[in-house]
Each structure stands twice: as structure tokens, then as C-alpha cells.
Design a protein. Structure first.
Ligand code: ZN
Length: 648
């Protein structure tokens, strides 16, 4: 078994992998000042972006939850990989040939990656080979039923190819033999979920089925969805990959790889119900369509979607006159049954800001996008999506449909049922708006409806307006205490001294080329805040800003992080990503000089105070020489500070 990846190769991977590209596959990034990008943190729930990436130093940091690191740690965290797997995954992408060290001798071996079942890269490779195998089968002699299924739904050969649709042959071991022929072990096949395990060994999981490759956001196949084709098949209509290290059904969205760009651009995502609906929607020009795979749309799906939308709705989901809302739109096209509605409501939990962004598009005849495209063409699919109604409206009107509004009894019943729904809308102006709409939909006086809504509200107790949990930290001020380094006490972010000291470290990490040489003359006591002092010590240990000038960018930050104790390294990352208030190219030099000067000024001021206090404690009569020396020392520091201030 091969051991560690060689250090040089890890560095080469870190160097070549473009962090902004890797992160962008999961998070929509927007410019945040020169050389800096930000987006919604994928590691905690937030609505205001505090996740920063600084490509020049190859680092990321979230000022909300305190997570941060380099491109490798990002991949580790986001994909739940080990360090080795993450490096191998990235090496694959950027074309670095990895060499391994034998763990016992430390000598490099020419051997490839470990042959260990369950390794992510191997599983992805197995899926790639399987997808190729299945799509190759679709046009073979045994796949007539599969081709007929597609043709009946108006999908032709090029459509099948665009989505990678394939056919899993009948029989028990066609795929298995194919994969074994390509060198995959039995253990790998089991770990991949492509085979099932029975009494007498393993056999193909998908047999005699039409299969869709399910890809992750980066386009790697991580599982399959398979539809039954034959009468004699006793299995379920749809069968998916089981939970594996690659495939987590609570997060997987079919079509996300194809839709992600359109979702980010149009700030809209359309959730349809099945594989054929995704195909039909995309082929009809609705390129934001995705579907869950064998499960209802849930909170984890919502997180994935919101990240791609780059959702930054700040207020209470402002409703525009047109019915559109600010921020992204999430549109569900499920058939209008109660289960579907509940799923949509539940998906965003208690947070009504997302209800306000949630829309429902239901075809009156109950047709799904696939049926609709067949029956009335692509325009009808686009019209279905364009005709979306807000979730609140949809839920209320669905309730009203249970009543005969032509009778007094029906209207009273409708009002009693719908009023609590309106009362539950927390946004005050939206609640009023829906009360008015409800009056119109039932055909009642607005005041009467508002009274009933008021009664429903008080019946359900006082408005429980829970304060929104918003881990918001002013990015320029650093993390709140204990967030990233519980071991070190963090200063009060409002403390002006701590801020100046912090800024000096930030510029030394980000702009060593602009840092005046005087910075490297600072002693180990130049920083008053213990945590900052530790970062400064790491900078000194790494060779000071002078070394930073030579190394530059990510290598410099990496060198400092390496010198930092475990509890301090996250601070180094955070500071290397922190936004700088003044980072325009033409003034950054002056800004850096100012910060370092302010820091030196602080240090001198502290020493002056120390010297004065010492003088006060000395008795000039008792020991005139000592007193005179101390006095001259004070004068010298004061003169130094004066010179410094004059140089500004
Ligand atoms: Zn975060």
C-alpha cells in the first residue's frame, strides 16, 4: 500500500487548482473589491454573503462561521473527502501526476493511488465507465423497449445523447463483467452501488431498464435513476442508486450540472418531478429545470439551490406588483396535490422569506412538463413556468377549492379555513395584501376578512416573531470571540488598537510587496493582542514580509500558515482573505504604508506610556543616573514618534 503523497506534488496541485473555479461549482461568487470574491457560505446557513475567496492567495474564509482554508480543504469539506482523496481529485482535474512516499521508508514509490474500495476517485471512474456502457447499449439490438419509451415521449436519438440516457441490459452481470474487465474489484463494485449483493454473490442492480446518469454539480456521474420497461419486472417503477459515499439522495438534483449556469444567470430554478420532465423542460427552453431523485424536495436540496441562486435577499421577501419577488425564484411544477404543497412549504422550513420566493406552476389538466411538451409543444412548457403563482396564493386558493363559494355556508367555511393561512403570513404588508386578495377570491368585504384574519391570529397566540438567526460579523472586524480559534481570546472587535494591529497583519499577508521594510524590524512585543502576536510570530518565523515579497501570493500565506500553531493557522487564513478597506491598485501602496505607520505609532505610544510610568516610580534624588537615563530614553522614543508622524 502506497503512503503519503509527496509534498511537492501536493504543492503543485494547490498551485495549479484555481480556487475560484473549484468554489464556483458550488457557490455563486461575486466580486467584492479588487482581487476578492464573495458568496453565500456553503458551510452554514446565511442570507448575507460572508464567504470570501481571494484567488491571489489561494484561500477562502467565512466570516460568519469561521471556516476557512485552501483549495484542498475546501474540496475536503464540501465533498466530505479525506485529504488524500481531495488531493487526488484535484490532481485529476488539473493534470498533476501524483507520486507517493512509502510510509515506512519515506522513499518515493512509483505506485499509483491506493487500491482501496470506496475511494471516491475510483467510484467516480466506475460510474463514468458505467454511464458509457449504458449509453452504448441504448442503440444495440436488445434495447428496443428503451428506444420505444423515449420515442413515445418525443425524445429522439440526439436528445438521448444530450442527457446521456442509456439502457441497462437484462441478465445479471453485463455491467459487472464490463467493469471487472476494466479492473474494478468486487469491493469497489459493491461500494459503488452499481451492483447488489445476494445470497450467491453480486449482480447488476439495474437490469432491463432505461437509465439516466445522475451527475453532481461538477458534471461527474455519481449515480443512476432507472425506469422499469418490462411487464415481468417485479421491481419498482423507478429504481435509483442506493446511498453511497458519492450519492446522497437528500442532496442530489438531477440536471443540476446542466442547469447550474442558467440558474445563476436567471436567478430562478424550476423543480420538476422526474427525469423525463427535466429533459422535456430543457428541450423546451426551460434550462433551469432540475428534479429530485426518488425523494421529496427537502432542506438539503434547498441549500444546494439557494447557493446556486446566490440568494442574498435582505429584507422580508419583498413582493413586487408583478408577483415576482426580489432575490431568486424557486418554482415547483408538481401536480397540485396536498403532498406536493406540503413538500414545498416544508422545504424552506419556518423561514417565510423563502416562502415569498417560492412559486408553483400547475397545469390545470394535471399534465407534467413531459406530457405538456408532447401534447402542446415547447411553448406550452415555457408558458406553464411563466404562469407560476406565489406559493401563498397557491395554498390559499387550493383551500378555497374545497368549498362551494356560491353558497353562504361555503363562503363562511372558506373564510374560516383560509383566514388562519393568511394570519400565518408574518410579513405585515404581505398579510394585508393577501387579506384583500382573499376577500376578492371569496367575494366578501375586505373588512370582514381582515376581522376574521385578526381573530385567527389571536387564536393562535401572540405573533411569535422569532428573531432571525443571523451570524453576521462585520468582515472588516474579524470573527467574534472564539469562533475560529477557541483557544485564543479574541479582542473586542471595536477596540481601535486591535483593529490597527489586525490590519497590519492583513496587509503583511496580502500585500507583502507593499509593506515597508520597517515592518520586519518590529519586535515580538510589537503587537498587544495575544492572538495577533501569535500571527506576527508566524510571519517572522516564515521569514518576514521580505520573504513574502519573494514568495508572493499563496506560497507566502502557505509558508506563514505552516509556521503557525494549530490554533493560529485559521487566523492566518482568515486574515489572508479579509477584505481590505482600500484595495484599489493605485492607492494600495499608500494604504499599506499608512497601516504599518499607525502600527508603529501604537507601539511607540505604548513604550512612551511605559517609560513615563517608570519615571514616576523612580526617585531622582536617590539615583540621579538611573533617572537621567530613563528620562533620556523617554525623550528618544518621543522624538522617534514625532519623526514617524512627520513622515506621514
Ligand atoms: Zn460560513
Amino acid at each position: 500500500m502506497a503512503g503519503l503523497i509527496k509534498r511537492d506534488d501536493v504543492d503543485a496541485v494547490r498551485d495549479r487548482a484555481r480556487i475560484e473555479e473549484i468554489v464556483s461549482a458550488h457557490v455563486t461568487l461575486k466580486p467584492a473589491g479588487v482581487g476578492s470574491l464573495k458568496g453565500l457560505c456553503p458551510f452554514h446557513d446565511e442570507r448575507t454573503p460572508s464567504f470570501h475567496v481571494r484567488p491571489a492567495v489561494g484561500r477562502w474564509h467565512c466570516f460568519g462561521c469561521g471556516e476557512g482554508g485552501d483549495v484542498i480543504s475546501f474540496v475536503q469539506k464540501i465533498d466530505g473527502m479525506s485529504f488524500t482523496d481531495a488531493v487526488e481529485h484535484l490532481a485529476d482535474r488539473v493534470g498533476v501526476e501524483l507520486r507517493y512516499e512509502d510510509s515506512r521508508t519515506g522513499a518515493a514509490t512509483g505506485r499509483g493511488p491506493r487500491e482501496e474500495p470506496g475511494r471516491r476517485q475510483r467510484l467516480i471512474e466506475a460510474h463514468r465507465v458505467a454511464a458509457e456502457f449504458y449509453s452504448g447499449q441504448l442503440f444495440g439490438p436488445g434495447a428496443q423497449a428503451a428506444r420505444a419509451f423515449l420515442a413515445e415521449r418525443s425524445f429522439d436519438r440526439s436528445d438521448a445523447e444530450r442527457f446521456g440516457v442509456g439502457y441497462a441490459p437484462t441478465g445479471w452481470d453485463a455491467l459487472m463483467r464490463h467493469l471487472q474487465g476494466r479492473g474494478f474489484t468486487q469491493a469497489e463494485l459493491v461500494a459503488s452501488g452499481l451492483v447488489s449483493q445476494g445470497q450467491r454473490g453480486i449482480y447488476d442492480r439495474f437490469r432491463g431498464r432505461l437509465v439516466w446518469p445522475i451527475r453532481d454539480v461538477t458534471g461527474a456521474v455519481i449515480g443512476f435513476g432507472a425506469r422499469r420497461l418490462y411487464e415481468e419486472d417485479q421491481g419498482p417503477k423507478y429504481l435509483n442508486t442506493p446511498e453511497t459515499t458519492l450519492y446522497k439522495k437528500a442532496q442530489v438534483l438531477y440536471g443540476i450540472d446542466l442547469a447550474k449556469r442558467a440558474i445563476a444567470q436567471q436567478k430562478r430554478v424550476v423543480i420538476v418531478e422526474g427525469y423525463t420532465d427535466v429533459m422535456a423542460a430543457h428541450l423546451s427552453g426551460v434550462e433551469t429545470a432540475v428534479a429530485t431523485c426518488g425523494t421529496a424536495f427537502g432542506g438539503d436540496h434547498a441549500k444546494v439551490v439557494r447557493r446556486l441562486l446566490g440568494d442574498t435577499t435582505a429584507g422580508g421577501g419583498l413582493q413586487l406588483a408583478s408577483g415576482a419577488s426580489l432575490g431568486g425564484e424557486v418554482i415547483f411544477t408538481f401536480d397540485g396535490d396536498a403532498a406536493g404543497q406540503k413538500a414545498a412549504v416544508r422545504a424552506f422550513g419556518e423561514d417565510q422569506r423563502f416562502h415569498a420566493q417560492t412559486f408553483v406552476a400547475v397545469e390545470p389538466g394535471g399534465m407534467d412538463p413531459c406530457d405538456l411538451r408532447m401534447a402542446r409543444g415547447p411553448e406550452a412548457v415555457r408558458a406553464l413556468v411563466d404562469g407560476r403563482v406565489p406559493l401563498f396564493e397557491f395554498v390559499i386558493r387550493t383551500t378555497l377549492r374545497q368549498f362551494d363559494l356560491d353558497t353562504v355556508e361555503g363562503r363562511v367555511g372558506a373564510l374560516r379555513s383560509a383566514a388562519p393561512l393568511v394570519a400565518g403570513i408574518r410579513d405585515r404588508s404581505m398579510q394585508l395584501g393577501y387579506a384583500r386578495s382573499l376577500a376578492r377570491w371569496i367575494g366578501l368585504d375586505t373588512d370582514e376578512v381582515r376581522r376574521e384574519v385578526g381573530r385567527a391570529a389571536s387564536a393562535s397566540g401572540p405573533a411569535t416573531r422569532r428573531p432571525e438567526r443571523r451570524p453576521e460579523v462585520d468582515a472588516a472586524q474579524g470573527p467574534a470571540s472564539g469562533m475560529s480559534t477557541p483557544v485564543l481570546a479574541m479582542p473586542d472587535p471595536r477596540d481601535p488598537v486591535a483593529r490597527v494591529e489586525r490590519q497590519a497583519l492583513v496587509v503583511a499577508l496580502q500585500y507583502p510587496q507593499h509593506v515597508p521594510a520597517a515592518f520586519d524590524d518590529l519586535g515580538e512585543d510589537a503587537f498587544g493582542v495575544p492572538a495577533w502576536r501569535a500571527v506576527h510570530a508566524a510571519i517572522r518565523a516564515a521569514g518576514g514580509a521580505g520573504t513574502g515579497r519573494t514568495l508572493g501570493g499563496g506560497a507566502w500565506v502557505e509558508a506563514v500558515a505552516e509556521q503557525a500553531p494549530e490554533a493560529v493557522a485559521p487566523l492566518v487564513t482568515e486574515m489572508s482573505v479579509a477584505p481590505v478597506p482600500e484595495d484599489r491598485e493605485e492607492v494600495i501602496g499608500a494604504y499599506v504604508a499608512d497601516v504599518v505607520r499607525a502600527l508603529a505609532d501604537l507601539g511607540l505610544t505604548r513604550r512612551i506610556a511605559d517609560a513615563k510610568s517608570r519615571l514616576q516610580r523612580l526617585d531622582p534624588a536617590a539615583d540621579p543616573d538611573v533617572y537621567r537615563t530613563a528620562f533620556e530614553h523617554l525623550l528618544a522614543i518621543e522624538a522617534e514618534r514625532r519623526r514617524l508622524r512627520e513622515s506621514a
